[in-house]
Design a protein around this ligand. Structure first.
Ligand code: MG
Length: 388
């Protein structure tokens, strides 16, 4: 056994600054260099700023509600498939693996990953489409922008400020997800979460779709990305079939993509002489390197395979009859409930009523409905409109 220093309470472990200086790469975002929070706060005795951000997200109501929000499939379809919460945890896990392999700030990565989908309304993208259409005359509705609204305004848990008062790096990271391109260039911690999100949903949506019988495994295995993964599985485990093959192939798809991203990112960091988060931003702005400025980017053949898998999932799964049969009536209930509250803003909970005076009844109603879980939407619809 190797000799280890004897810890003395008080001096061990080192404080978070020293710990980050020891274990993080120069291209990682060190919390000591954070641009801080909108509302100044006393530093915590032993939690780093990004660790506090992560904890604040975990303890938020918006995070808890992800447990009963749709990823792709609702409770009507069974109980095997992912919810928005388990998707988020899979993203967090993959992102943390990538972060550790690249010596990035895992606390910041966890905060960003756990927060990345908190702006999703009930019914997933189907709910988002409805709210976007209903708010078309006032800027629309987008789940990424809504996540920022939750972080900065809607969560009220602390007496000193509205929202969660997260570090600016968490807000900036979330802002880069907005489709209008208005965000700052993403640092590596943000790029890691984007890459992990894409790996997670491609593979778990395929897994869920086969389990639910929407797509036969054989058809999935015809896609080049999946076929190559199956080939590697067969080389390692012999001729396994059925559920065993499916599970092994999906694990292989995740593992293979993660390993590829790490190798390519290490190469790009070296080739582009990345030495700091500022270098990462500069490379992104200039579109440097083979991936137009992204350090976390799959190889071109993998990217093409993913696009093909995503097209397949879109037509065969996201738009299939069994999914639409549940989605369309649920969207209708969301629309009806929106109209009901807009006509009776006095029925909104107190905080939303107050904000209706600031932002208008339509925006505040959307804020309230977007916070609901799938189940609560059903319940409230039954209560308010008297039908299932
Ligand atoms: Mg996601």
């Amino acid at each position: 056994m190797t000799d280890r220093p004897t810890p003395s309470p008080g001096s061990w472990p080192p404080d978070w600054r020293a710990r980050e200086a020891m274990i993080l790469a120069p291209w990682a975002m060190h919390a000591a260099d954070s641009r801080g929070r909108v509302h100044d706060e006393q530093p915590h005795a032993f939690r780093s700023p990004y660790q506090r951000d992560r904890d604040r997200i975990l303890h938020s109501a918006a995070f808890r509600r992800l447990a009963h929000k749709t990823q792709v499939f609702t409770g009507y379809h069974g109980d095997y498939h992912r919810s928005r919460l388990t998707h988020t945890l899979e993203v967090t896990s993959i992102a943390r693996t990538l972060a550790r392999a690249l010596a990035l700030n895992e606390d910041l990565v966890e905060a960003l990953a756990m927060a990345h989908d908190i702006g999703h309304p009930p019914l997933g993208h189907a709910g988002e489409d409805v709210l976007d259409e209903l708010l078309a005359d006032q800027g629309g509705f987008n789940h990424n922008a809504q996540a920022l609204r939750i972080m900065e305004l809607l969560e009220s848990r602390y007496p000193g400020f509205p929202g969660l008062n997260l570090s600016r790096e968490v807000l900036d990271g979330q802002a880069t997800r907005r489709k209008d391109g208005s965000g700052a260039p993403p640092i590596l911690e943000t790029q890691v979460v984007d890459a992990a999100d894409s790996i997670a949903y491609d593979t778990h949506d395929a897994d869920d779709a086969v389990e639910l019988g929407l797509v036969p495994l054989e058809e999935l295995l015809e896609l080049p990305l999946v076929a190559a993964a199956a080939e590697r599985v067969h080389q390692r485990h012999g001729r396994i079939v059925g559920v065993d093959l499916r599970r092994a192939v999906l694990l292989e798809l995740v593992d293979f993509q993660v390993a590829g991203l790490v190798a390519r990112a290490r190469g790009s960091i070296e080739a582009l002489a990345i030495r700091s988060p500022d270098d990462v931003r500069r490379a992104f702005r200039e579109g440097a390197g083979p991936d137009a400025g992204r350090i976390l980017a799959p190889a071109p053949d993998i990217a093409a395979g993913k696009r093909e898998l995503e097209r397949f999932l879109f037509t065969r799964v996201y738009r299939c009859e069994r999914v639409l049969a549940v989605r369309l009536p649920a969207q209708q209930r969301l629309r009806q409930l929106f109209d009901w509250y807009c006509a009776r803003p006095e029925e909104l909970p107190r905080g939303f009523r107050g904000r209706a005076e600031l932002f208008g009844a339509r925006r505040s109603t959307a804020d309230y409905l977007a916070g609901m879980t799938d189940r609560y939407l059903e319940l409230d619809h039954r209560r308010r409109l008297g039908t299932g």
